[in-house]
Design a protein around this ligand. Structure first.
Ligand code: THG
Length: 266
């Protein structure tokens, strides 16, 4: 499982304040904690700052990179913000995200073409958000084929079928999960990713719901996720579920985690 740490996100109240005050230490600490907990990428999102998003995302990239080597996942719906943030990023970032929305698609293709960046292909179009697996697959097909025809390596494509809160529709969980399965079946060698914590907006015991959904997604082949890596139960569940799903040769990672004392569970 490739882990993207979700915590540097301006939709979180305290983090919004830290960003507004440009509190370097707080943001750098959040990057370091997530890196030490096993994050492979650090998501940076300043989406709630209208008009100042570009300035803040660039500052977040620089602040994170002064502290850790972990690359950033540049999280913005605005292609201009992504383009400018990529320019200040050292090394190879993950772009979050391109979609089939024409403004995003047309403006981001030239930014990523010919690079080795990781690119999240979000299943959204000008027609709005998908509801069923079929809605998602129609968008995923066009997006992935568009990226491949621009010579983007399939290993750098991360399809995000879009997790929507389970509170807004009983079927949204299974429609998402079945999309993960279908995407891996259709495109060999591709990655799938999701904003896992979206599933639990508006319901109690969010961590518990997120942990359960993660295990279900691993059985469908999900191989990357944007989540809270400081949730130890989550991280332990992932190691166990991947082993049980046949993704851990000779139980190697599970045994390593056990020996390194990473399981604080019975
Ligand atoms: N897809 C892609 N990018 C995304 C999302 C997606 N970026 C943003 C979002 N969705 C994923 N990031 C978050 C970050 C925080 C939360 C939800 C999604 C969140 N956090 C709770 C909090 O901070 O209070 C804690 C949740 C917990 O403890 O588990 O709600 O879908 N490509």
């Amino acid at each position: 499982m490739q882990i993207v740490g979700e915590l540097i996100n301006a939709s979180r109240k305290k983090v919004r304040e830290d960003i507004k005050e440009k509190n370097k230490e707080k943001i750098a600490d959040l990057a370091k904690e997530q890196h030490e907990a096993g994050a492979d990428f650090i998501d940076v999102n300043a989406g709630t700052f209208v008009g100042k998003e570009e300035e803040y995302v660039k500052w977040l990239v620089q602040t994170v990179q002064e502290k850790v080597d972990t690359p950033c996942c540049i999280d913005s719906p605005d292609p201009k913000v992504v383009e400018e943030a990529v320019k200040v990023h050292k090394g190879v970032p993950m772009v979050n995200s391109i979609s089939l929305e024409s403004d995003r698609y047309n403006n981001l293709i030239p930014v990523i073409r010919g690079t080795d960046m990781k690119i999240i292909a979000l299943c959204m179009s000008d027609e709005g958000m998908p509801y069923t697996k079929d809605d998602r697959m129609k968008i995923a097909d066009k997006l992935v084929n568009g990226l491949l025809s621009n010579n983007i390596d399939i290993k750098n494509i991360y399809v995000d079928p879009l997790v929507q809160p389970i509170g807004s529709g009983d079927n949204l969980g299974m429609e998402f999960l079945n999309s993960i399965e279908a995407i891996h079946k259709e495109f060999e060698g591709i990655n799938t990713i999701c904003g896992l914590s979206n599933i639990s907006f508006g319901i109690p015991k969010r961590k518990f719901a997120n942990q359960t959904f993660m295990i279900m997604a691993i059985t469908k082949g999900l191989n990357s996720a944007i989540l809270n890596p400081l949730d130890k139960k989550m991280m332990a569940n992932i190691v166990a579920a991947e082993m049980l799903a046949g993704k851990d040769q000779f139980c190697g990672k599970y045994m390593d985690a056990y020996r390194n004392g990473l399981f604080e569970v019975e």
